[in-house]
Design a protein around this ligand. Structure first.
Ligand code: FE2
Ligand code: FE2
Length: 183
């Protein structure tokens, strides 16, 4: 029997999110009507915003000090690049010249990022598993945060980049400032 979302550990949960977003991007590629494209693009953006929040507030801080630091820092920067495109896509529509291109580039960025997370042995998830993180406790925390994040973003909150100078009054924050576990 397929595992339900409620029973998944942290890595299974994050991977299930990845598969869901990949399906939405695949459907976008096939869609022909503008309305359908916009609905799918917005669904992908919402799912990605929620996913980045649970990783950044819960999973990534738990990884800090436990996995290769460069990999962790790159993941934050990749999230932030994706968030800039997500906010652009959400502010626009399929009548825009670059709309489809932005969705396509976002999907390619996410494909690369997911590869870095899921890669066998040296990927982030493999390193986190090898480090012995408590994947059930992390899953519970992520499920709870997922519900509140979904509400916040459905109410119209934009994605918030963490590592960018322009978002931080001209100063680049440190990893310690960015990867603070959720209270
Ligand atoms: Fe992820
Ligand atoms: Fe990620």
């Amino acid at each position: 029997m397929a595992q339900t979302y409620e029973d998944m550990d942290a890595i299974a949960m994050l991977k299930a999110d990845h598969r869901k977003v990949e399906e939405i991007f695949a459907a976008f590629e096939k869609a022909t009507s503008k309305a359908k494209k916009q609905a799918l693009a917005e669904q992908a953006c919402l799912e990605l915003k929620v996913h980045t929040v649970i990783e950044e507030e819960i999973f990534y801080p738990a990884c800090k000090g436990e996995i290769e630091e460069d990999l962790l820092k790159e993941a934050y920067v990749e999230h932030d690049s994706a968030k800039q495109l997500i906010n652009e896509i959400e502010a626009g529509g399929p009548e825009d010249d670059f709309y489809d291109s932005k969705v396509k580039v976002l999907s390619e960025m996410i494909e690369h990022h997911v590869e870095e997370e899921e890669k066998r042995s040296e990927g982030m998830f493999s390193q986190a598993r090898a480090a012995g993180l408590d994947m059930d406790a992390l899953a519970d925390a992520m499920r709870a945060r997922k519900a509140t994040a979904m509400e916040e973003f459905q109410a119209g909150k934009p994605a918030e980049p963490l590592t960018l100078r322009e978002e931080n009054g001209g100063e680049e924050p440190s990893l310690d400032e960015v990867a603070t576990p959720a209270p």
